[in-house]
Design a protein around this ligand. Structure first.
Ligand code: XMP
Length: 510
């Protein structure tokens, strides 16, 4: 097993995901618990990864580990903060350097090292750091450098300690997974790939739920759809799915859901609350406040619906949630991570409702969930939906959410989707959406001056959500989308294209 010491990086769980992909196992531990955990299981631990993190090693309260970790004769792989901490603890020097976020060119001039086996001499890697190592500890040598970072890829061959300033775990680093595989080979781990058995998942649900009933919130997204199908197959009519139509979802979501539940053969309850939702969001502009209001309203509606079912004599004991592994890790409290935003779809509900949680997909990543969906023979358009945030368009409308702005946002969203579909580009992009930016610009429409709103288009490519590039769409498609939005959507004067990578920018604007 590989131990991952988590210093709070947004991508720590991706390291465990990559290790799992190769069929090896791993465990995330906090820096405080690292040494005792490792010593407890020393014979079973093949390697240690020191993750990235938002802190700086020279700060007073920066998270750290005991230097004894470097003397256990276990291979060590430090990523970003993990490399900087290794350098500091072993006698090197780290400073606040040139900040770099996003792609960089790495050169590995002539390495015969096992960690760089089958890696080309020039590759694109992704950086996300403010500090850098400027002096290596004794026994280390440089394998690769980028324009701004001389010590971007280093090793101490004798002690099997390796360090990367870039992130090999993210999808946009070329050969990143190959470097991780090289490390696993150095660690001599056992590779044993897990085969997902959907019948086992259904059996587990049936055993856990027994004669009781399950209520579940559905959104039309792939996670809640796959969780619903598994549950419906396990307990049939004892499953009660509910869709809250708060007006913040994409056009056509209700029709899509009706098709899904017709396919499964279960009745769907739809709660229509758009008017009240907009009333509650009146004059709210802070995105975190919007999230809280939407989340709390959800809880309220669910409690009411549950009481209705109980009155009818239905014994609801479980709440189904389409939580997947990345949700679990992202919402885990980690005192070393920065809070980026609170996702409302995990937590909150069950605590108040005194229900037991049923989370059949808790151990799986998004692509594994899609694989389960395909094994369940769900149509491809149910499995391959674009992800959509729980708070919906409320976080794609900057400033206040009014009925009119919501309508404009939905209209513009439909135009983007329609044009991508027409151009056969829809399956090539990960996510596409317009943002009402709450900035205004001048336009002249039919000889009259208009001071309308600026729409920003965010159309991105990604597999694992943690890193993204903007889609290099043909200019004529962008032109078509832009013309249609300014012509067909009222109050819009200008369309701009967002060409920012993640990191540093998140996918959503709020
Ligand atoms: P970010 O913006 O964090 O987006 O790069 C990553 C993924 O998460 C979705 N997202 C959310 N989902 N509640 C959700 O349920 C939220 O508040 C939220 N914010 C972002 C986003 O759509 C993307 O798929």
């Amino acid at each position: 097993m590989i131990v991952i010491v988590d210093f709070g990086s947004q991508t720590s769980h991706l390291i465990s995901r990559r290790i799992k992909e190769f069929g090896a196992s791993s465990k995330l531990v906090s820096p405080e618990d690292a040494l005792p955990e490792i010593l407890k299981n020393k014979d079973n631990i093949d390697g240690i990864v020191l993750s990235g993190g938002p802190s700086s090693v020279y700060l007073k309260n920066a998270p750290t580990i005991s230097p004894d970790i470097f003397n256990l004769n276990i291979p060590i792989f430090g990523i970003c903060y993990g490399l900087q901490l290794t350098a500091k603890l072993l006698g090197g020097k780290v400073i606040s350097g040139k900040k770099e976020y996003g792609p960089a060119q790495l050169e590995i001039p002539n390495s015969k090292s096992q960690i760089a086996k089958n890696i080309p001499k020039k590759l694109t890697v992704w950086m996300s750091h403010g500090d850098e190592v400027i002096k290596l500890p004794e026994g280390f040598k440089v394998l690769g450098s980028s324009e701004h970072v001389p010590f971007a890829f280093v090793e101490n061959k004798n002690k099997k300690i390796f360090g990367l300033q870039f992130h090999p775990e993210v999808e946009h680093t070329d050969y990143g997974t190959k470097i991780i595989k090289n490390f696993l080979n150095i660690c001599a781990v056992n590779f044993k790939k897990e085969i997902i058995d959907e019948k086992e998942l259904i059996k587990d649900i049936r055993e856990k739920v027994g004669k009781y009933s399950v209520i579940g919130a559905v959104s039309g997204g792939v996670d809640s759809t796959v969780a619903s199908v598994l549950t419906a197959k396990a307990i049939g009519k004892n499953f009660h799915p509910v869709y809250v139509d708060n007006g913040l979802m994409r056009k056509g979501t209700e029709e899509h859901l009706n098709k899904i539940f017709k396919h499964i053969g279960i009745k769907l309850t739809v709660l229509k609350v758009e008017k009240e939702m907009i009333r509650r969001l009146n004059s709210i502009t802070d995105p975190e406040k919007k999230r809280k209001i939407i989340g709390n309203f959800y809880i309220e509606l669910f409690e009411k619906e549950m009481k209705n079912l109980i009155k009818k004599g239905i014994k609801i004991k479980f709440l189904l949630q389409g939580t997947i592994y990345s949700d679990v890790i992202e919402s885990q409290e980690n005192k070393h991570s920065d809070l980026i935003k609170s996702h409302h779809n995990v937590g909150g509900l069950p605590k108040k409702m005194k229900l037991k949680l049923l989370e059949p997909l808790r151990n799986y990543y998004k692509d594994e969930v899609k694989e389960i969906g395909r094994k369940l023979k769900l149509p491809e358009n149910f499995v391959n939906m674009q992800p959509f945030p729980g708070p919906g368009f409320a976080v794609r409308i900057r400033g206040e959410v009014t009925k009119k702005r919501l309508e404009n946002e939905k209209k513009a969203d439909e135009i983007v989707l329609e044009e991508l579909r027409k151009a056969n580009l829809i399956s090539k992009v990960f996510l596409s959406f317009p943002v009402l930016t709450n900035s205004f610009s001048t336009a002249v429409k039919g000889d009259g001056r208009v001071f309308g709103e600026v729409v920003a288009l965010r159309i991105i490519e990604s597999k694992d959500i943690m890193t993204t590039t903007w889609a290099k769409l043909p200019y004529d498609i962008l032109q078509k989308i832009s013309s249609r939005i300014v012509n067909e959507v009222p109050d819009i004067s200008r369309v701009v294209y967002d060409i920012t990578t993640k990191p540093p920018a998140t996918m959503e604007w709020e």
